[in-house]
Write a protein that binds this ligand. Structure first.
Ligand code: CTP
Ligand code: MG
Length: 236
């Protein structure tokens, strides 16, 4: 049996408000390359991935095509599409333009340190589980706060995971879930697994990512990122 068709949707339509820079954070340079370059490179080089859909801010498509996709030769990028106001709008835009055969890897363009091994582990799981997300067990104690910022609960740390991307699904399952989601009012979702959990009740399997697979969100993440780039991408 041949390998299933695997599409990556790379999300780069955010405004990076927590980073606080004028340039949207995915285009900021880290060790001489735009942050978005690193995850695109890993998906480009992964043998599992057949094609990439890149979702950028509306009006940024040509900038991305010239300065990132063409410049670095990311030949697997088949479409560059505009995203929407919230992350789930951007994902929905990507899912809508995709055929229904195989699996989709939804990945944050602001998460440069995904590896080929992580993509492989997720691919292995999704073939039997149909829905899986990459994450890692938390290292800190997590507390739930009440509305006065007093502790209301301390969940058992052994069962808490930090969720990363890629989040990987059978295409039909996640497309159907997003179609249903978009019909609702007052949507409060922060990742794709939540959409599948809420709408389909299909179980979502956790797959180990890595503690380096961080999202670049605030300025201090850039400093850590510079260190990781040196050990990941420049050691070869
Ligand atoms: N994203 C997107 N479309 C949106 C919002 C986010 O494609 N409307 C993407 C971001 O570009 C990023 C990923 O989703 O790669 C994770 O989002 P996040 O880290 O929250 O990025 P931003 O929304 O850009 O940052 P902030 O929340 O600080 O504004
Ligand atoms: Mg955001």
């Amino acid at each position: 049996m041949g390998k299933a068709r695997c599409t990556a949707i790379i999300l780069a339509a955010g405004k990076g408000s927590r980073m606080g820079t004028k340039v949207h954070k995915q285009y900021l340079e880290m060790a001489g390359k735009p942050i978005l370059y690193y995850s695109l490179r890993t998906f480009q080089e992964s043998e599992i991935i057949d094609e990439i859909l890149l979702v950028t801010g509306a009006g940024e498509e040509e900038y991305c095509r010239e300065n990132i996709v063409n410049r670095y030769g990311f030949t697997k990028v088949k479409k560059i599409l505009p995203g929407g106001a919230e992350r789930y709008h951007s994902v929905h835009n990507g899912l809508q333009t995709m055929e229904e055969e195989g699996y989709v890897f939804i990945h944050d363009g602001a998460r440069p340190f995904v590896t080929k091994e992580i993509i492989e582990r997720a691919y292995e799981q999704v073939q039997t589980e149909k829905a899986c997300v990459v994450g890692m067990p938390v290292k800190d104690t997590i507390k739930i706060a009440d509305d006065k910022e007093r502790v209301s609960d301390t969940p058992d740390r052994n069962r808490l995971w930090l969720i990363q991307t890629p989040q990987v699904f059978e295409k039909v399952l996640v497309k159907t879930a997003y179609e249903e989601l978009m019909k609702k009012e007052d949507i409060q979702v922060t990742d794709d697994a939540m959409v599948v959990e809420l709408i389909t009740k299909h179980p979502v399997k956790l797959v180990r990512g890595s503690y380096e697979n961080i999202k670049i969100t605030t300025p201090e993440d850039l400093k850590i990122g510079e260190i990781f780039v040196k050990s990941y991408f420049m050691a070869e």
